[in-house]
Design a protein. Sequence first.
Lengths: 165, 123
Amino acid sequence: MSLLLVRVDDRLIHGQVTQGWGSILHPDRYVVVNDSAASNAWEKELYEASAPQGTSISVLPIDRDAVANLQRWLDSEEDVVVLVESPADALRLYEKGFVFEILNVGGLHFREGRWRVLPFVCVDEDDVISFRALKALGVQIECADVPGCERKDLFKWLGNEASGN
Amino acid sequence: MIRGVVYTHADLGAAFCRTVESMLGPQGGLQGISNEGLSGESVRLKLEETIADGEGESIIFTALLGGSCWQAAEKYCREREEIRHITGVNLPMLISFVNKRETTSLDELTDLLSEYGRRGIHP
């Protein structure tokens, strides 16, 4: 029915997503698109078992079948939230044919090689390259960790920090 | 003695432990840790740093089924015989944990704490 949210979050599905966004958006289905989680039967089951009441969680690898499945759910009566782990995965999903207009950046935590752009957004050069590619495809990149907070345009914040990269 | 690790968001885990100590006195082997600022992978690593393999029996307490701490704890205790995980942590559960952990086996204690945790909830 409708695509409620496409979100980059390195925790994938967790409290902030199901309790925070879930209670505002009321999705029927959360779709975790992640090669590693989809290739591990036990991990896949763990995610699926954590679905809040009245919702389903699906875990798919990033491929054309995932795009077809997403399209099928969207063409049916379902409201869907899509979760990817990284900007690179968001770009891969887009390039496989899953087109979205807005990408929510909800959680890219600090790790070696990343610098902080916002309290909940840290990026490295590869992240910036993927974000730029998505922007070039016409995707609006909005940072918001929880619903109700101001949507910040990533590129306004990247400005100085990203120069020279 | 069975060790307890309360793994939750923000300062909740540490606050739980402080509260238990304010009632029962200082406790060894009870620690609150937080997932704040950690990536998905680091949320898992934090548990490995906190409970080293071979340290003996432990129970991990988390607050929210499906949350990142819950996922990390499920993954962590999956292949470790001496670790148990209970979600839905509350104060009655932790107080019972401290009071019973020296006289009860790990499996018995896990069952008992689930029960005591539920008994603490009333309309």
